[in-house]
Design a binder for this molecule. Structure first.
Ligand SMILES: *Cc1c(COP(=O)(O)O)cnc(C)c1O
Length: 385
């Protein structure tokens, strides 16, 4: 089966892991801060905090922003469940925002209407989690303008978007947001096996996130209640978690970051090639890159309408092509339906019904890509209208 995405691991990754396994520190050593420095510099943010997963990153992002009981968090309806679960962990409630049926990214016009209504009803959100679906950035300038007008925090769920460019800046530089979250799960752009990170330019948030990731414990005397204590002394000053990334994971991450641009460039090249390969097929292609806005192409999502998607999915899987659907609207999961009678959102329903992720990853050979495209073409042609 050709997967829709997979990791790229080489012998230098193995050596990096091996070296750290034989060093003094398997966790909480020098590799995590080194990885954080490299990541922050790659995305051009002041700070990065590495954690055990993007899910953990989203959770402590909510906590660092002070999200809790009685708060409302807006979340893109089309995403992995973690984008919404993080708000529920804190006791906040979630409202789902509709998406553009072509990109799956948050629909700005509908968001505007929703915010105006929420203001009248005194139900404005404390934070918005916007998801850069497939790696294509949301319209952050518009979202930032709305956050200034209505006063909510912005968390970018950039799990798909390591290496993406929005208006000539790296996603994660936080020019238009408070925090940006990345995932290093193996299907994503770079991997640390499990792993995630948060980037920010806000020192206060950075300090809170650093505490929350490690039990709320500080070793920094300036933060302690009791000064002049012996060296062994530390204090817990917040209720934190063990969401640490290990040095083994960070060493892999550092080595992956050396090749991140290579991975992203290769994904872009393959994405471009799909345009040629699929131009005569009755599918809707994703919006291509421009000079100022570049997708990292975590996913290559094509539109297959007229009720054909499920049939095409099935036939391609039978032919060894590991296509996938991203995602069922979060509100449609039974857990969310039991929590609250969420209404269906039109854009999200259309996107979910018509979209298919087809294989794209750095190791995908030109031959396999051509085979994937010709198989899609023949399956679709045979279905007709
Ligand atoms: C993968 C993913 C996550 C969760 O990432 P983990 O690192 O597996 O916790 C969250 N949000 C989105 C959009 C994702 O794709």
């Amino acid at each position: 089966m050709i997967p829709y995405s997979t990791q790229t691991i080489d012998s230098t990754d193995l050596k990096a892991i091996n070296d750290v396994m034989l060093s003094d520190y398997l966790t909480t050593g020098p590799k995590v801060p080194e990885f954080e420095g490299e990541l922050a510099s790659y995305v051009n943010a002041k700070y990065a905090v590495a954690v055990s997963s993007a899910t953990a990153a989203l959770h402590i992002s909510m906590l660092a922003l002070g999200v809790g009981i009685n708060d409302i968090v807006y979340v893109s309806a089309i995403s992995f469940v973690a984008s919404a679960n993080c708000a529920l962990y804190t006791g906040a409630s979630v409202e789902f925002m509709d998406v553009n049926p072509h990109t799956g990214n948050i629909d700005i016009e509908k968001l505007k209407i929703q915010l105006a209504k929420a203001k009248n009803e005194n139900k404005l959100p404390k934070a918005l989690v916007c998801v850069h679906l497939s790696g294509r950035s949301c319209d952050m300038k518009a979202i930032k303008a709305l956050s200034l007008e209505y006063g909510f925090y912005i968390v970018e769920d950039a799990s798909h978007a390591v290496g993406s460019v929005y208006e000539n800046e790296m996603v994660g530089c936080c020019t238009y947001s408070d925090l940006a979250v990345f995932s290093f799960h193996p299907v994503k752009i770079i991997t640390t096996t499990e792993g995630g990170a948060i980037t920010t330019n806000n020192e206060d948030l950075y300090k809170k996130l650093s505490l929350l990731r490690a039990h709320g414990i500080t070793h920094n005397t300036t933060e302690m209640e009791h000064k002049d204590m012996p060296n062994f002394y530390y204090e817990q000053i917040e209720l934190g978690y063990n969401y640490r990334m290990s040095d083994v994971q960070a060493a892999l991450g550092i080595n992956q970051l050396l090749r991140v641009q290579e991975f992203v460039d290769k994904r872009r090249e393959l994405a471009k090639h799909y345009i040629d390969l699929l131009k005569d097929v009755d599918v809707k292609l994703p919006i291509p890159d421009t000079d100022n806005n570049k997708n990292s192409w975590h996913l290559y999502q094509i539109g297959i309408d007229k009720g054909r998607r499920d049939n095409v999915y099935k036939q391609l899987r039978e032919r060894g092509i590991g296509v996938q659907v991203h995602y069922l609207p979060i509100y449609a999961h039974p857990y969310y339906q039991k929590l609250h009678k969420y209404e269906k959102l039109e854009g999200a329903e259309t996107f979910f019904a018509n979209t298919l992720s087809i294989p794209l990853y750095p190791k995908l050979s030109n031959l396999d890509q051509s085979m994937v495209a010709s198989t899609i073409a023949s399956v679709i042609d045979r279905l007709g209208d």
